[in-house]
Write a protein that binds this ligand. Sequence first.
Ligand code: ASP
Length: 326
Amino acid sequence: MHKMIRSLLPLALAATAFNAAAQAYPTRTITIVVPFAAGGPTDKVARDFAEALRKPLGQTVIVENAAGAGGAIGANKVAKAPPDGYTLLLHHISMATMPSLLRNLPFNVMNDFEYLGMINDVPMTIIGKPSLPANNYKELVAWMQQNKGKINLGNAGVGSASHLCGMLFQHAVGIDMTAVAYKGTGPAMIDLMSGQIDLMCDQTTNTSTTIEAKKVKAFAVTTPGRLTVPALKDIPTMQELGVKGFAVTIFHGLYAPKGTPAPILKKLNDALKVALKDPDFVNREESLGAVVVNDKRVEPAEHKKFVQSEINKWTPLIKAAGVYVE
Ligand code: ASP
């Protein structure tokens, strides 16, 4: 055999095996990495979404929590995982805010991932421990004035959505609070309900049921308009409360490691589109105040464009708010 052909043969065989694996995908369990603790809002969305994704893919889809560093540890894990479609990332607005909230990120949000489509948009709520004497936003701000230097604000670590929202809230009222970082707002919620921390800003997918059960007090929603979910419809918006321009909505999207073969990306995007129409998934999300994406952002290119536009939007706002960078 010619020397050149002989040296190219192993490469050609490897490429054939690679293509065959991509065509047969998926043949085993798929793992969705959630970069926060179990029991929190990202975890809840991921578990419901994994169930909806299982049906079109015909394989078990499990959730693995890789929490820490405000969501950067789990994202880094997926950025470095084999690009074979069996390890995916479900992440939120941090994909757009981490680059300006965290220094020395060990990955690049634009270059190290394949974008697979967006999942939902989720409002946030400013909530407090049940024993707070304040019963509305005005009373909350008065209580904060009286308790300067003693207030604890829970979050899921620097770079997380609760960190971003909490810091914007702190900037809006002009009162510094002590940030208490958790591996996710699931565990933070437990401490808020028992009064170990005073305040938190978190997604409605984690807060609506606790607000409804009166296990926490709700002071404001972060969307420009009021929400329609029964448990949340009476909560005023920050804009109504006179905090002009305060608007934070979280989005979740699905990602694969860079270099995942195109046929696998296509199968995953097709399955995502089917999952987003799953009535069980849609109803569950809506009941928690979230809106399942039903527009062009289900397309990978539009998802990526949207994250870039969020980076452009948040970077100057984060800088202007003086939100600290670590
Ligand atoms: N809500 C969290 C955040 O602040 C994350 C989580 O636990 O899902 O980003």
